[in-house]
Design a protein around this ligand. Sequence first.
Ligand SMILES: Cc1cc2nc3c(=O)[nH]c(=O)nc-3n(C[C@H](O)[C@H](O)[C@H](O)COP(=O)(O)OP(=O)(O)OC[C@H]3O[C@@H](n4cnc5c(N)ncnc54)[C@H](O)[C@@H]3O)c2cc1C
Length: 459
Amino acid sequence: MTERLVVVGADAAGMSAASQARRMRGPDDLQIVAFERSTHTSYAACGIPYWVSGDVSGPEALVARSPEQHRSRGIDLRMSTEVVAVDVAAGTVTARDLATGAEETLAYDHLVLATGASPLRPPVPGIDAVGVYGVQTLDDGAALLAGLEALGEGPRRALIIGGGYIGIEMAEAMCSRGLEVTVITMGEEPMDTLDPDMGRLVHEAMAAMGIDVRTATAIEAIETDAAGRAVGARAGGELFSADLVVLGTGVRPNTALAAAAGLPLGQYGGLVTDRRMRVQGYANVWAGGDCVEVLDLVSSRRVAIALGTHANKHGQVIGTNVGGGYASFPGVVRTAISKVCDLEIARTGLREADAVAAGFEPVSVRVESSTRAGYYPGAQPLTVKMIAERRTGRLLGVQIVGREAAAKRIDAAAVALWNRMTVEEMTALDLGYAPPFSPVWDPVLIAARKAVEAVNRTR
Ligand SMILES: Cc1cc2nc3c(=O)[nH]c(=O)nc-3n(C[C@H](O)[C@H](O)[C@H](O)COP(=O)(O)OP(=O)(O)OC[C@H]3O[C@@H](n4cnc5c(N)ncnc54)[C@H](O)[C@@H]3O)c2cc1C
């Protein structure tokens, strides 16, 4: 008998799941119906800042697979159709065609929830004014570009609310477009996924690029003109004028549908799944992407991390399992990488505060090194911070801030973390070396050596 897989949300996690299940099971064996409430599918939101900056073309270039391509692969994709209810007891979903309002109830054998995350909007007056832009979807990107074009040439100011990775990427995009940029963040420093001392380096570099960064500052209101258009914001008791306002204030798992269906949610509002991405307690309900919580392998706690790199893996795992194979997603070490103009920023594992909160007693070291051999042309400075557990020397986290090929060094640290290595073991890692790529002692190895000394002092 033909089974039916129903997918809710047709972007990274949902369509990876659908595509993988289709690779493993033919149409006579598995019917696949995917519902997407927007007009886009399988697109790279990660590319939006670089489309807005003009570095990449878009939006077509950001679409990995169009609805037609999915349909030609045997997936019944229903666009502009929102799933409004899930009945897990009956094994059905109810979907509403957003154009006509018509509703249909469909039975499933397997259900995949891949509903993503919802952007957080500060609850302040004026937040919905014209001239305030999100950057979550391709439509948001198009609206922002249209808003930019409408401003014309001449001096223009952008106010970015939020100093996380989306905030700083949008700051870069606005700089590239020739705008004066102010970033307002509630954090002690921008990029609060880093320890504040490393965030300080980002702050200083942004200031040197001409970006006005205001830290520990909460937005109080969006200021509007008589026509209701945003003309700036009030924050920390100060008025910031701006021609446009961009929001990068974080996201939370979009799980209202799952909650209404009685499915289990964790501390951060994400769905709770087992290693195979099956919603805890439900044999045929799967979930992946930004709408789930995952296990942090270092702290052993569940966390909500909205990253496309995880969403695609979740989809692959779900599709393999629904397809009759066996796959699991063990967890994350919270590796993330970003940049603002030519400054690269990377992190993996726990910050000092996370380590303490998880019950570790951390020691940390910081080293200044360079991206190439000091004598090789173009060598640029970089800073590596390494955090280890006192006495055992277990690696707990690494942060890197620097220029030109600094950030991808985090991958070596992520592998070490994944394998629960000590900083002592790391000192012997066989990392690549030639003068154009690194000093003879790679900066990560120098940090590991220094961390060993710091750990030894705690024994
Ligand atoms: C500006 C920006 C830059 C980013 N940069 C990076 C990066 O550099 N690296 C990285 O790893 N990640 C990055 N991300 C994050 C990445 O884009 C997300 O983690 C990824 O898209 C999550 O995929 P998902 O499938 O879980 O959710 P989404 O991509 O949000 O897809 C969920 C889909 O579900 C649909 N949906 C929701 N509810 C329903 C419903 N009831 N019925 C029907 N459809 C529904 C939504 O319309 C949406 O299309 C970035 C995100 C943004 C916004």
